[in-house]
Structures are given as C-alpha cells and as structure tokens.
Design a protein. Sequence first.
Length: 249
Amino acid sequence: MNFRRRKKEYMNTVSVTTDTHDEKHLGSSAFITDIVIGMSDGLTVPFALAAGLSGAVHSNAVVITAGVAEIVAGSIAMGLGGYLAGKTEQEHYQAELEREYDEVENLPEREKNEVRVIFEEYGLNITTQNIIADELAKDKHKWVDFMMKYELGLEKPNANRARNSAATIGLSYIVGGLIPLTAYFFTQTPIEGLMISAILTVVCLFIFGYFKSKVTGQPPVKGALKVMLIGIIAATAAFLIAKAFNGMV
C-alpha cells in the first residue's frame, strides 16, 4: 500500500473541493506568546509601581528613577525566564528523543503496539493498524519522529527558541513599561503624572488586549476589557496601599 501516493491523491482532492474555503490559522504562536507575556507584564507592573509611588512620594524624579530601575530589572528577569523556559523545552525534547530511540531499538514490539493503540483510537481496524505499524518500523528515524509527535505530543523546538524568546519577552517588557512612565517626564507632580499615565496605560491595555484576543481567536472586546481591568485593579491596589502606609509613617 503506497501511503504517500494515497495521501497526495487525497490532498489533491481536498484542494479541488475546498477552493472556496479560506482557512486562517495562527502562525508563529511562540513569538506571539512571548510578546503577550512581555507586554502584559510590562504594561501592568511598572504602572502599578508608579501608581503606588505616586501615592507615597512628592517627586517625579523618584517615580522615574524607581520605574526605570524596575523596567531594567524586570526585562532582564523576564528575558532570563524566557531563555530558561526555551532551554528546558529543548532539553526535555532531547531526553525524550533519546528515550524513544532506545525503546524502538530494544523494545520494538511494545512500540509497535503503541502505534496500534494510537490508530485504534481513530477507529482503524486491526489489519490496518498492523500494516501501519509494520510500515513505520521499516524506517527507525521516521518511526521515532511519529512517536514523538503522536504518542508524546512533542514537536522539535527551534534551536534558537531560547535566545529569541529571551529577546522578544525582554524588549516587549521594556516597550510596555515605558508607556506608563512617560507621563512623569512631562508633568510637575506625581499625582498629575499618575492621571496622564493612567489614561495612557488604560488605553494601551485596551488596545493590547483587543489585538491579543483577536490573534488568539478570542472575543476581542471581552479580552480587551479583561486585560484593562487587571491593570486598573493592580494599579489601584498599589496606590491605596502606598497611601495607607505613607499615612502610618
């Protein structure tokens, strides 16, 4: 049975019968995820810090200094977290890959049975299961690749994933963090800065939440309101706590 030929014929048939159907799938999901992580924290954490300081100090210089320090530290910490997560993903994949090669080499019948179980779940009869398992077993590398994808649900990670993730998250955090801080450069007092910062940040949170939800297939307005609400709650809590502690000292 020539599976490649049959698959090609099937795909050609699908392309003919579904010409009018335009499928839209999300691409570069890892890159988008990293931007979301960096921007969401970058907009929220420095905004909350600036709001808290605005309720406790009387100098914009203090807010700006603390805000810049937080953005630098936060971007490094977030970027490092992204790098370590990427490295862990690569190491996990490599460890599972080596284990699969060992099992295919030393426990071939058990691995064949695992192939049969996978296709049994799709409703294929035992004869077809055996044919597929035997065909896969002829090429060890393709067999292992199949087991990695369909038994373990693992895709080979990009070799540059850790580095790219660190850079994307870190830069996104800096961009997001500078937005709420900008207002304090052009105002006289922290309270004035907070008022403008709040408007800028809330608008940016809404826009960011809208597009984030849109590209991930969620209701855009609902997602935008949710992201905006989280930022407002964090900043309000920080401001009130700082005010309360400032009144106690």
